[in-house]
Design a binder for this molecule. Structure first.
Ligand code: SF4
Length: 373
């Protein structure tokens, strides 16, 4: 029997089509949607509004996919990081970041990344593949399971109130799956996280920014990190394809207003992009765009040549932006006691797995299931 169809990740039309295939009435699709996304069902037997015979018929033909937790780390500051494994064994990271009055779940969109930003640990991991809509939604379902946040609580009473697509991968290089996953997440009769509470972070895939604005209109964050093309070409090779002027033009057309500004993420690299001249050029660059800044003290990882700017330099940079009328808070490092930086936990697991394989080989144990990579 072929692979069972996973109902998680199907949009409403696809779910209705499967219900029709089963010869069931259309309202069953609505019931399934409710159980999967509002009640967080992981087994058809939990769907008490469906007859036992229908539950069994569903279980014969379909599954309710959930990534499995390979590793979990919980920081003293409440940040929680999961390394999740998908059906084919590939893994990606998901992070829960608690804030005072809300909590964000950071989702990955690819295994590895298409891009190679020099300051990013994930950028050292070759792209393995795009995540499917089911695997993107599945990350949020696992986070809800972990906090027992089922059925979907009212908007005001949630621990997992926001979603940020700032994990592994470039979401706009996996647009179709990301868009499908976000439409499922935003559906008011299921998980019901509003577009105002979703932020998609991109390194600047210009053609898809327009589409994202038209179709999803979620909050946008731009991984900017440099204000001159020559430097950004070095730090983020995507800039060679979509240079700053083109990127800014696309952002001027993105649906924003004073309440929903574009967030410019700016990693503070010592002696590289942290001068006052850089700050002033940044102000000039975003002129006319409803903008706010997120200054990120660089989280150094093993093997990278960059260092984090000195605290005084970051504060001076922030003051320059504040004085120009922009919100420019300095991001508080979260989960510094766990492998918080994007991609670190995955690499650490891969390294540990390789060591285990090598040790077994040294001991003469040949393991065809886990050959040395
Ligand atoms: S910063 Fe984002 S786009 Fe760049 S390598 Fe890292 S994950 Fe990929």
């Amino acid at each position: 029997m072929g692979d069972m169809i996973d109902l998680v990740g199907l949009d409403r039309a696809e779910l209705a089509a499967e219900v029709a295939v089963l010869g069931e009435k259309p309202f069953r699709a609505k019931q399934l949607w409710h159980w999967i996304y509002n009640r967080g069902a992981t087994d058809f037997a939990q769907m008490t509004t469906l007859s036992r015979s229908l539950q069994e018929k569903l279980a014969q033909h379909y599954r309710l996919g959930r990534p499995t937790v390979s590793r979990q780390q919980i920081s003293a500051d409440g940040t929680r990081k999961w390394l999740l494994a998908f059906k084919d064994g590939n893994e990606a990271e998901t992070v829960y970041i608690p804030e005072e009055d809300r909590g964000a779940v950071c989702l990955s969109s690819q295994v590895g990344c298409t891009l190679t930003c020099r300051f990013c640990h994930t950028g050292t991991q070759l792209l393995v593949r795009n995540l499917t809509a089911s695997e993107i939604v599945g990350q949020f379902l696992v986070a809800r399971d972990a906090f027992g946040e089922w059925p979907s609580p009212d908007d005001g009473g949630r621990l997992l109130s926001n979603i940020v697509l700032m994990g592994m991968g470039e979401p706009l290089f996996n647009y179709d799956n990301v868009a499908k996953a976000l439409k499922i997440v935003m559906d008011g009769e299921g998980i019901a996280v509003s577009k105002r509470r979703i932020t998609l972070s991109t390194s600047g895939v210009v053609p898809m920014i327009r589409r994202c604005g038209e179709e999803l209109a979620v909050n946008l964050a731009i991984s900017l990190h440099a204000v001159r093309d020559d430097l950004r070409d070095e730090l983020m090779p995507i800039n060679r394809k979509y240079p700053l002027a083109e990127l800014m033009r696309a952002l001027r057309d993105y649906p924003t207003n004073n309440a929903r500004r574009i967030t410019f993420e700016y990693v503070m690299l010592k002696g590289i992009n942290d001068s006052l001249a850089d700050a002033r050029e940044l102000i000039r660059l975003v002129d006319g765009i409803p903008a706010k800044f997120n200054l990120i003290p660089f989280n150094k990882w093993p093997g990278v040549s960059f260092d984090c700017s000195d605290r005084k330099v970051i504060e001076r940079f922030s003051d320059e932006l504040f004085n120009a009328g922009y919100s420019a808070p300095i991001r508080q490092p979260r989960g510094s006691d766990i492998l918080a930086a994007c991609g670190q936990l995955k690499s650490d697991s891969a390294r540990a797995r390789l060591t285990r394989v090598k040790e077994r080989e040294a001991a003469g144990i040949v393991d065809e299931h886990h050959p040395a990579q």
